[in-house]
Design a protein around this ligand. Structure first.
Ligand code: SAM
Length: 264
């Protein structure tokens, strides 16, 4: 059974999940001590085993054997829904491969909570997990969004991610959702330029989800292309040559790229 747990507020756990945790023979936990806090808060005693990114594969095959033999296993991560930028995929896949039923209980997920809080269109959206660490790659992902994009980001890298987007598309609407469901919850909405300036001055604390609006029509290609030109120039290419090369590959006019590069 896949059991989502709170993303901050310990009361955000469903009755069904509490029942499943109490009834399971064993809880597979990303961090057993972390889960213990939730169990104690709700008066649940349970046997736990660790199941984290470093033992996921080995533990998954061991657990599948136990589940096939009748043991009821509940899978939890430190926060939110297991598998969503968290361990669990190996276990679910191993269960399905072995013909063992997987029951998924719905519950908290920071990505969905942030999307709903962002005020950006929720009709079509894409989750990209943690943003790439390379600034150029990160800008390309954000700039190229063709629907609302939801990303996890470390507070230390948020300002850089926003600055990269602001360079190629300063007016893009974004929302930074911080410390959701916790005491210092904050949702800050604005343009990429506004939020880049804000977080450039003030490093955010706590956990952060970045929600980024879709690029205006025709703009995703241009934003991605411009990000690629900037990356090439940063790596030592001459601006005109970089604009020409990217123009040939993307179809975005070279003059337009060169002008945007030199204007910005
Ligand atoms: N499985 C989790 C889920 O369902 O949301 C995500 C786990 S991932 C390892 C942790 C990331 O989720 C954090 O770095 C942050 O980006 C986001 N996150 C988790 N809890 C959050 C919260 N209360 N407020 C804002 N972001 C949160």
């Amino acid at each position: 059974m896949v059991c989502p747990t709170p993303i901050g507020n310990l009361e955000d756990v469903t009755l069904r999940v509490l029942g499943a945790l109490a009834a399971a023979d064993v809880l597979a936990c990303e961090d057993t001590r972390h889960t213990q806090r939730l169990l104690s808060r709700h008066g649940i005693e349970a046997q736990t085993v660790s199941y984290h990114e470093h033992n996921e594969r080995a533990r998954a095959s061991e657990l599948v054997g136990r589940i096939a033999g009748g043991t009821v296993v509940a899978l939890v991560s430190d926060a939110g829904t297991p598998l969503i930028s968290d361990p669990g995929f190996e276990l679910v896949r191993a269960c399905l491969a072995a013909g063992v039923a997987v029951e998924v209980l719905p519950g908290p997920c920071a990505a969905v909570t942030a999307l709903v809080a962002s005020g950006l269109p929720p009709d079509r959206w894409r989750f990209v997990g943690f943003l790439p660490r390379s600034r150029g790659e990160c800008t390309r992902v954000l700039a190229g969004a063709d629907s609302t994009l939801v990303a996890y980001e470390s507070p230390g890298r948020l300002a850089t991610a926003l600055a990269g987007l602001a360079e190629v598309d300063p007016d893009r609407p974004v929302a930074v959702c911080r410390e959701l469901t916790k005491l210092h919850e904050e949702v800050r909405r604005g343009s990429a330029a506004e939020l880049a300036a804000h977080y450039g001055r003030e490093r955010p604390r706590g956990e952060v989800v970045l929600v980024c609006g879709a690029a205006a029509e025709g703009a995703p290609e241009r934003g991605e292309a411009l990000a690629a030109v900037r990356e090439l120039v940063a790596a030592g290419a001459r601006p005109r040559a970089a604009a020409g090369t990217v123009a040939r590959l993307t179809g975005v006019p070279a003059n337009e790229l060169y002008r945007a590069l030199t204007d910005g």
